[in-house]
Design a protein around this ligand. Structure first.
Ligand code: ATP
Ligand code: MG
Length: 171
């Protein structure tokens, strides 16, 4: 029988429980999950501190512990032409039937391409956001409670907080 594959795209800088709640919801509706790591070429900057490979590690470890469906984590580099971005994402990813996103640009681009798009509910967005986690890392507030423990392990292993502080500093 044909597998229904759901596609979920994010930058995952870093992966957090908001993402996890969306993926657990997707897992109830599809046979397999494709996770696209957007802006894959970016790293070592205040908005995008972690490499694609580091983000693959965070997501793979977290999902091994929480999801029983097959999943594929695919780094997707930016192209500087939004009108071609859906084709670009489709060209790199395993084929997918349904797109899950609440990002207005992503929703718009996939809708224009004729894809089925579902926008999941936000899970306590004030806390569970990459921007909030990076802010807390910079000022030394608690961020570990916002990510799965295995993700905190990856970040600590690569000195992810020290890196964010360094790349956010000025000379
Ligand atoms: P940043 O603040 O760096 O943009 P982010 O938390 O928005 O980080 P992204 O990687 O940009 O994380 O998000 C990927 C997808 O996850 C987006 O569609 C975003 O709307 C969704 N998302 C992020 N946080 C939550 C949340 N708390 N609940 C549900 N969906 C979320
Ligand atoms: Mg975002």
């Amino acid at each position: 029988m044909k597998k229904i594959r759901g596609f979920y795209i994010g930058r995952f800088q870093p992966y957090h429980y908001g993402h996890q709640s969306v993926i657990e919801h997707i897992a109830e509706e599809v046979d397999e999950i494709v996770i696209g790591i957007g802006s894959a070429q970016q790293s070592h900057s205040p908005e995008n501190p972690y490499t694609a490979g580091e983000r693959v590690l965070m997501i793979t470890r977290a999902l091994e512990h929480s999801v029983s469906l097959p999943f594929y984590v695919i780094p997707i580099e930016d192209i500087q032409r939004n009108a071609l971005w859906v084709s670009h994402a489709r060209a790199i990813s395993p084929p997918f039937n349904v797109v899950y996103s609440s990002n207005p640009l992503v929703v718009r681009l996939f809708n224009e391409a004729g894809a089925e798009v579902i926008s999941p509910e936000m899970f306590i967005r004030e806390n569970y956001s990459g921007t909030e986690i990076r802010r807390r890392m910079l000022v030394g507030e608690d961020w570990m409670s916002l990510v799965p423990p295995v993700v905190a392990d990856v970040i600590n292993e690569i000195d992810g907080v020290g890196r964010l502080q360094d790349v956010s500093g000025s000379d």
